[in-house]
Design a protein. Structure first.
Length: 534
């Protein structure tokens, strides 16, 4: 009678997840003298983290900016504690310390990344998104993009493919290449294809390791100092989506990040007593989704056509309800999903799930209405001219608006709600606004306006969602994982999307930025833990 072979590894620090947070934590811990091993569930040749799939943007304020202003701005984003309209802060217990850490260390973000690989460059893409927040005017706030070309092209397919030469990389691929250069320089081992299953609890409730599997192989990783969970969110976990997300958790949402984000870290940490915080928080707006599935869940796409000329967004009944540009522009784009979650207490339905992007032939000819580069990571070939998507039935078509309304009514998620007269009225009203170059209904920016007038007409469904969830484990400012009594679970840290610091609002580029700043903090703190048995 034989038993399965169990392999054992010992390190000072075991890190679960190889994205921005896990990678930066590993680099910092190594630089502080710790022996580190990183566990990544995806195979190396199919490793597509949210970091790699991202636009490669991260916050890196001007080091010469005013410290107190930067701290005030960060506090408003993280908690809203210092905003007069808030009844209470979203994480008041830690808001001040989190903001202080951010003000001290986030201005180092770009320099830290360039220090990993001097060939990597950054280009500035944005300032403070929340212009009315305290400190916004003097904080020197900036968001930059990672690039090896010296420029940033949002939909550059070449720069976003995994097999392109480093010198051509932009976006998340550039960020990942830079971080990987730092990992290799420190000889930090990354164990690919390893699925972390369970945290090992030692004396006094301390976390002393991780049980994992690689295929049929069982592996035990002993941690002399600490375990850091950086495994991302739960975008592709059915049970968690139904438990934590508002609205129809499975069919009413779509995400375009990595299908490997299945809430593993949340599940493991809860088993050892970890508390949860703002679990339903999402970086999202409304995005298109295709019927193809991962883990039984439809795949979303970054829908770049929203807010461009020659389109409008309407609800299930044919009514506009917001400026389309607000859906895709900071500061609203990563909190707009809350608008889509409007619940009608009379009909007991969600009239904006899905919403519908309605556009004409001018937009159809102009180019893809989704980011084809981002979609390619999930194996979705939309087509450069939208025609393949049309043939696949992902885009609906009508020679008239009435015919288009009928196609929408036939869609399984509209359930015969679309009102052809309301849709026509919305389009005709919009076209009059375009002629007058003013949108009195929702004050859409004039330079984004264009009529929906040339047939045939087209539509795609839009669902709440985006790149990732950002709620999960409750962690303090130092990134210790906490139990339900706010006591730290000894030797357990978490960082990144699994416990995002952006629990009130989110500015684009925040995920990678907190991966750098708080990943480094978690790595430094974990390395400072006294080794077991010493």
């Amino acid at each position: 009678m034989s038993s399965k072979q169990t392999t054992e590894h010992v390190a000072d620090i075991v890190i679960i997840g190889f994205g921005a947070a896990g990678g930066c934590a590993a680099i910092e811990a190594s630089d502080h003298g710790a022996q580190v091993v990183v566990l990544e569930k995806q195979p190396e040749d199919a490793h597509f983290s949210n970091t790699r799939m991202s636009g490669g943007g991260f916050h890196s304020p001007d080091p010469a900016g005013d410290f107190e202003s930067l701290k005030a701005y960060a506090k408003a984003m993280f908690s809203g504690d210092n905003l007069p309209q808030k009844l209470e802060g979203d994480q008041s217990e830690f808001a001040d310390e989190l903001a202080d850490i951010w003000a001290r260390f986030s201005p180092q973000n770009a320099a830290f990344m360039r220090g990993l690989d001097p060939e990597m460059q950054t280009v500035t893409s944005a300032g403070a998104a929340f212009a009315d927040f305290p400190g916004a005017d003097k904080a020197g706030y900036a968001c930059v993009r990672a690039t090896y070309t010296g420029k940033y092209d949002e939909d550059a397919l070449t720069g976003r493919t995994t097999d392109s030469a480093k010198t051509t990389k932009q976006s998340g691929e550039a960020f990942h290449a830079c971080m990987s250069t730092g990992i290799r320089a420190r000889k930090v081992p990354v164990h690919f294809g390893v699925v972390a299953d369970e945290l090992i609890v030692g004396e006094g409730g301390a976390i002393v390791g991780v049980k994992a599997t690689r295929g049929a192989e069982q592996i035990v990783y002993r941690a002399r100092r600490a375990v850091i969970i950086a495994s991302g969110g739960f975008e592709y976990n059915k049970r968690m989506r139904k438990a934590f997300l508002d609205g129809p958790g499975i069919e009413g949402w779509a995400f375009y990040g990595s299908p490997a984000n299945t809430g593993d870290g949340i599940r493991m940490a809860m088993k050892v007593g970890a508390a949860l915080a703002r679990v339903g928080s999402v970086a999202g707006r409304v995005i298109c989704a295709v019927p193809e599935r991962r883990h039984g869940l439809r795949i979303g796409m970054n829908t770049s056509g929203v807010g461009k000329p020659n389109e409008i967004v309407v609800d299930n009944y044919g009514h506009r309800y917001a400026s389309e540009r607000r859906i895709t522009k900071d500061p609203s784009r990563y909190i707009f999903y809350k608008e889509a979650l409007k619940f009608d207490t009379v009909t007991l339905s969600y009239p904006r799930i899905p919403s519908w992007m309605v556009f004409d032939s001018v937009m159809m000819r102009r180019g893809p209405v989704v980011s084809v580069a981002a979609a390619a990571y999930n194996g979705i070939d939309w087509g450069e001219d939208n025609m393949k998507a049309l043939r696949n039935g992902w885009i609906l078509q009508g020679e008239t608006l009435e015919q288009l309304a009928e196609r929408i009514r036939e869609h399984s998620d509209n359930k015969d709600k679309m009102d052809a007269a309301a849709l026509r009225s919305a389009v005709e009203t919009w076209n009059r606004h375009c002629e007058a170059r003013h949108d009195p209904d929702f004050e859409r920016e004039v330079n984004t306006m264009g009529p929906v007038s040339e047939p045939p007409f087209y539509a795609i469904p839009l669902y709440p969602g985006g790149p990732n969830t950002k709620g999960g484990l409750r962690a303090d400012a130092q990134r210790h994982v906490l139990d339900w009594d706010d006591r730290p679970i000894p030797r357990l840290y978490a960082v990144g999307e699994i416990c995002s610091v952006f629990q009130f609002v989110y500015q684009g580029g925040g995920n990678l930025a907190e991966g750098i700043t708080f990943g480094r903090l978690a790595g430094r703190n974990a390395a400072a833990e006294k080794p077991l048995g010493s």
